[in-house]
Design a protein around this ligand. Sequence first.
Ligand SMILES: Cc1cc2nc3c(=O)[nH]c(=O)nc-3n(C[C@H](O)[C@H](O)[C@H](O)COP(=O)(O)O)c2cc1C
Length: 184
Amino acid sequence: MTPMVVIYHSGFGHTEQVALCVVNGANRVAGVQAQAMSVVDVDWEVLAAAEAIVFGAPVYMGSVSATFKQFMDDSSRTWFAQGWQDKVAAGFVNSGALSGDKQVALQQLQTFAGQHGMLWVNFALQPSGTGPTDLNRLGSYSGLMTQADNEAPEHTPPQGDRDTAEAFGQHIAERTVRWQRGAK
Ligand SMILES: Cc1cc2nc3c(=O)[nH]c(=O)nc-3n(C[C@H](O)[C@H](O)[C@H](O)COP(=O)(O)O)c2cc1C
């Protein structure tokens, strides 16, 4: 069994939609049991048991949201003991603008994983184009990027971003299984 947690914050539901797609994609992989967890209701024991933790945040003012940052700061207790060392890590960010300074927030997540001694997995998916049904339309490789318009989360991010998020979840899960198998 390969437990995986997608931990996220979502103030208005858009990043949550992405998180659920990442979970769905991960659960396509045999032996993987992925679950979504909100940072407003953290289960530290479940995180400790995970082989992989995927971090997801909306971009607020060019950074991960303050609520996600609070989770990062709260994880310092785990950091003291390096409790997440050698777990697989990956990240995604969702914003309103096409750029929206997402790269800054993604690098915050990558640095955060580094502080925990985790193994950051990048995202190898060639963009199929730049339209709303395309895969990796935002052309991100260091993690997943999605963009949501100012509409209800049922309608945005667009289908291409949701499909990309599923592919991302599957990609991380496959590499987690490979890493776990190699460690035995
Ligand atoms: C306080 C605040 C700050 C924001 N700052 C940015 C920003 O810097 N760049 C951007 O593109 N979008 C920004 N947005 C828009 C959000 O990133 C966007 O609406 C996103 O889909 C929200 O995700 P959520 O519904 O999961 O909270 C901001 C939204 C809020 C509420």
